[in-house]
Design a protein around this ligand. Structure first.
Ligand SMILES: NC(=O)c1ccc[n+]([C@@H]2O[C@H](COP(=O)([O-])OP(=O)(O)OC[C@H]3O[C@@H](n4cnc5c(N)ncnc54)[C@H](O)[C@@H]3O)[C@@H](O)[C@H]2O)c1
Length: 366
């Protein structure tokens, strides 16, 4: 299959994971990397033996078909719109935008130009989550009932070298970690119909404890503790807790209930992990994984799937409709909290197609 030219914009913390994983997808042809800070691009280019170029130069290159946007959340839509204007498909890190209105603008621009948008997370394509998907599609849970989705930690200022964006609008635990959990829930249970939620910030500033900004104070502009519930169109009700204010806890990341059983889904921020199933009356049993891409960090598999989809003229899995639905759902927690009401979700999305169990590792195809 003819390779697809890729240009990467944003060469910070996560770009190394992409550049490393992209090497395992032969369809991806990296034509260069760029950053508003040329030094960042130069450093990644040297490390991964690719070309450091300017943003403008990437956007002008006719051999580049997809711009992979690894900038910070508040730049996602601005950079995405520039890519679309330049006639490129665009795939962005999560969240799609810092609010639903902005995400919609990007989606509408893509539709008008007949170009694709894609977005992280793509971890739901990992072997752990695809195995859970297969089990649910085999109806091992019976009628879906509910579940819990939990991400709680003391905050990213402990490890990220430049963590201020996590506390700006577009950050916070819901927009930062929610995409992994809610995207996987849509993969497993389908679209969300309604959201109930509460959100607040116990602190107005945080102190960085990572290097090189150790000791620096950063202001908090978002809710850092969010709790609520999702009512899915399939009837299930899932409790959600996302926090940057919890010292420690003992919840599993994701568990799902049906009338006939309970499924423990591995951490949606990773590709693999243990899938456990309890059938009514029995005990939890570890399930053999039925899908590949479980043994490492395959961040960029969503880009590879999009590249194959472009060549074979099918829908890609980590697509803009899915990301926009997830963004609307995430924003609804804050709206529900502000208004004291439940919020009906307006976007409807199909579950992304499961990955065929017969896929050969490194050659994602149909
Ligand atoms: N760090 C992680 O572990 C991690 C994991 C998964 C996803 N992400 C997501 O990846 C994205 C990037 O995160 P990061 O941790 O790499 O951030 P970062 O701050 O380390 O890097 C972002 C880079 O983008 C560049 N940039 C910002 N605005 C730009 C613009 N308008 N044009 C060109 N370059 C621009 C910055 O100069 C910086 O080098 C975020 O959306 C984040 O949520 C990060």
């Amino acid at each position: 299959m003819q390779k697809v030219g890729i240009g990467i914009i944003g060469c910070g913390n996560i770009s190394g994971a992409y550049l490393k994983a992209m090497a395992s997808f032969p369809i991806l042809d990296i034509k260069g990397v760029a950053d508003m800070n040329a030094e960042m691009a130069k450093a990644k280019a040297e490390e991964f033996n690719v070309a450091a170029r300017s943003v403008e130069d990437l956007l002008r290159d006719p051999e580049i078909e997809i711009i992979v946007n690894l900038t910070i959340p508040k730049a996602h839509v601005e950079v995405g719109l520039r890519a679309l204007d330049a006639g490129k498909h665009t795939y962005s890190e999560k969240p799609l935008g810092i609010n639903f209105a902005e995400g919609k603008r990007l989606a509408e621009a893509a539709k008008a130009k007949k170009l694709r948008i894609g977005a992280a997370p793509d971890t739901f394509l990992g072997g752990g989550h695809q195995t859970a998907r297969t089990l649910i599609d085999q109806r091992v849970l019976g009628t879906p009932v509910g579940g819990t989705a939990t991400f709680m930690c003391p905050g990213h200022e402990r490890w990220h070298p430049n963590p201020a964006f996590y506390y700006e609008v577009g950050g916070g635990p819901m927009l930062d970690m929610g995409p992994y959990y809610i995207t996987d829930l849509v993969n497993l249970f389908g679209p969300v119909a309604k959201v109930a939620g509460f959100a607040f910030s116990p602190r107005t500033e945080r102190v960085i404890t990572s290097e090189p900004r150790n000791g620096e104070k950063i202001p908090v502009h978002v809710a850092t503790h969010v709790a609520g519930a999702l009512a899915f169109q399939n009837g299930a009700i899932v409790q959600v807790g996302m926090s940057f204010d919890v010292a420690g806890h003992r919840h599993v990341p994701l568990e799902l209930y049906g009338t006939e059983g309970t499924l423990l889904v591995p951490d949606p921020n990773h590709f693999g992990g243990e899938v456990q199933l309890l059938k009514k009356g029995g005990e939890f049993e570890i399930q053999e994984l039925s899908s590949p891409y479980a043994d490492g960090n395959y961040r960029s598999i969503g880009v590879a799937d999009m590249a194959h989809a472009i060549r074979s003229n099918r829908q890609h899995r980590a697509n803009g409709d899915l990301a926009l639905h997830v963004l609307e759902v995430m924003e609804a927690f804050q709206t529900a909290s502000d208004t004291g009401t439940t919020v009906s979700i307006t976007t409807v999305v199909d579950r992304p197609a499961p990955l065929a169990a017969s896929l050969v590792d490194g050659r994602i195809g149909q």
